[in-house]
Each structure stands twice: as C-alpha cells, then as structure tokens.
Design a protein. Structure first.
Length: 123
C-alpha cells in the first residue's frame, strides 16, 4: 500500500511540474506547438513516475531526486536541439537548462513525496 501511495503522489507531482514547466516554456515570445507542450508535460510526468517506482539506493532521497530528474530530462533536452533557433536561448543553453530544471523538478518531487507525504523509498 505504501508503494502505491508513493507512485501516485510522485506521478501527480510530476504532472504538476509538467504544467509548471509548460507555463515557463510558453511564456516566451513565440507560440509553443501542441506536440512540444505534450512532450514537456509527459517528460516531467515520467520523472515523477520513475521516482515513484524506483527503489534505487543512492544514499539520500535528495540525491535520488536529482539523479532521476537528470536521467529522465535527457531525452527532452536532446529533442530541444532539433527546435528552430530562438534569439532568447541558444540550443546548448536550452539543453543545459532543460537538464538542470529536470534535476530541480526531480528534487521537488522527492520533497513532496518523501517529506510532505512521508512516502519513503522502499527497498
């Protein structure tokens, strides 16, 4: 039962941060295409789901969130390299910021899941 609670909370937190990330991405000058919006939300939801099902022992829950956020942000970051040139961000800057923000979202998902709802990683 505790494992299901962790999966649900982490996944819903991922959805929440997916919409936060979508809001940040769409605040630029151009309109965000619908497939890109879906990809952003799905990517952050995947981070939450992966954190929820993971039983990796990385020492501390914060390291777990950072590592999972980094790993599961790489596909979104690489797909950002295929986007058209943007005067606000270079492609390499977009790649780095996508991974860094993925790590931040992973950490925040772990804070919500492990600290607020006390659904710790079960080994």
């Amino acid at each position: 039962m505790q494992k299901a609670k962790r999966i649900i909370i982490a996944t819903l937190s991922g959805v929440l941060f997916g919409f936060v990330c979508f809001g940040l991405a769409s605040s630029g000058s151009g309109e965000l295409p619908c497939p890109a919006a879906f990809q952003i939300i799905a990517s952050r939801t995947l981070i939450g789901f992966a954190i929820g099902i993971s039983c990796l022992s990385l020492g501390h829950w914060s390291i777990h969130g950072l590592v999972m956020g980094m790993i599961f942000s790489i596909p979104l970051a690489i797909s950002g390299l295929m986007a058209p040139e943007n005067p606000e961000f270079s492609k390499s800057g977009m790649l780095i910021w996508t991974i860094v923000l993925g790590m931040v979202y992973g950490l925040l998902i772990e804070v919500i899941t492990s600290l607020l709802f006390k659904a710790k990683i079960q080994k």
